[in-house]
Design a protein around this ligand. Structure first.
Ligand code: 1HN
Length: 346
């Protein structure tokens, strides 16, 4: 305990030294180093039925080219104005109308597209087109030219996940626009999946990036894996059946800054309480159910998106067989030795 007389002088002392850019640690230590994660990120859900019509409205207000990317950011209400869904990650829903092109650019941020609705639009990365179907995961490694186009007759919607806040934290952002709308499309759709996504790798393969060389993880194959594995009835109490998208070069996360996962919960399954230090963004692919996060309950159906902040106890309840996509900053925390989980004791 500080002496009573001295304690009275301390606030004035703190004010005085502030002018010299000095701050007493004893005033802020408790806030800086918390006994447990304390996040401004709030548990939140976005119903697709609410997002879709307003995004379509934007479709009639400006073209993909005018907007550069026609996206509605899913902004966490706990961090207004910061364009973040969690403290470390960005999420948005992007719309591209038939015939449109979202022009080529490249940047330091890594991105993925998780396809929500539509069939036949594409993302091209350094000239390799990946055509989109619902549930596909398409990667855009950092520093690569990428453009999107929609050759189909339907509007196409997807979830964009980017590591924007991580790059922002390091002040390491660079971006360039291509001189043409599209980088020349010189590589066929499916090239990288065929080359690197079949359990084979060219001998002497030298990775040129920390990101997987496989540009598209088709839902057809993800679903096959889940459907086969569910037959063996081996359910993890916390996750049901949960798979991670991996880089076939090293078996680690497909992207260095974002971990992506797909999980299946059988009808009637209730997961046991779980929490981890990586906040997780979920996008419902199929099925319906609820997720309890702390004392909040979110009822979800196809294409709804919800976020579980760091170190928040949560439980999923599947009313029907459900498939949930999710992503988080887990590979970053693991690389730094920070990641922790608590599988509960029930
Ligand atoms: C971006 O490049 C895309 O390529 C989407 O579709 C969203 C948000 C911020 C910065 C770059 C895209 C983005 C973005």
């Amino acid at each position: 305990m500080v002496d009573k007389e001295n304690a009275k002088k301390l606030p004035e002392y703190s004010d005085k030294i502030l002018a010299d850019n000095l701050v007493p640690l004893w005033d802020v230590l408790g806030k800086l180093v918390t006994p447990e994660p304390k996040s401004p990120c709030q548990p939140t859900m976005w119903k697709y039925s609410a997002v879709r019509p307003v995004l379509l409205e934007a479709g009639s207000l400006l073209t993909a080219k005018e907007a550069e990317r026609r996206v509605l950011i899913l902004e966490n209400p706990g961090m207004p104005g910061e364009s973040k869904i969690t403290t470390s990650l960005y999420a948005g829903i992007q719309l591209i109308m038939p015939g449109e092109i979202a022009p080529a650019h490249k940047h330091s941020q890594s991105a993925f597209r998780f396809i929500v609705e539509g069939e036949g639009a594409y993302t091209a990365v350094e000239g390799e087109k990946s055509y989109m179907s619902k549930g596909d995961l398409i990667l855009t490694p950092n520093g690569r030219w990428h453009d999107h186009g929609n050759e189909s007759e339907e509007p196409t919607f997807w979830l964009d996940g980017l590591d924007i806040p991580i790059v922002q934290f390091f002040d390491a952002s660079f971006m360039e626009h291509h001189s043409e709308d599209t980088h020349p499309h010189v590589i066929d759709d499916g090239d990288s999946v065929a080359r690197y996504g079949s359990g084979l790798m060219p001998v002497d393969f030298e990775p040129t990036s920390l990101t997987s060389p496989v540009m598209k993880y088709p839902y057809k194959r993800t679903k096959q894996a889940l459907d086969k594995m569910k037959q063996s009835d081996e359910w993890d109490p916390c996750h049901g059946l949960r798979l991670m998208y991996v880089n076939p070069v090293d078996g680690k996360s497909a992207m260095p800054t974002m971990g992506a996962f797909m999980q299946l919960l059988p009808k009637g399954f209730e997961t046991s309480s779980y929490r981890s230090t990586d906040a997780m963004v979920f996008s419902v692919v199929e099925g319906s159910g609820k997720t309890q996060i702390g004392d909040k309950v979110f009822e979800w159906g196809p294409n709804d998106i919800f976020v579980v902040p760091s170190w928040h106890h949560h439980q999923h309840f599947a009313d029907d067989e459900s498939v949930l996509f999710s992503y988080s900053d887990r590979p970053v925390q693991q690389a730094l030795g920070l990641w922790r989980e608590d599988r509960g004791n029930r």
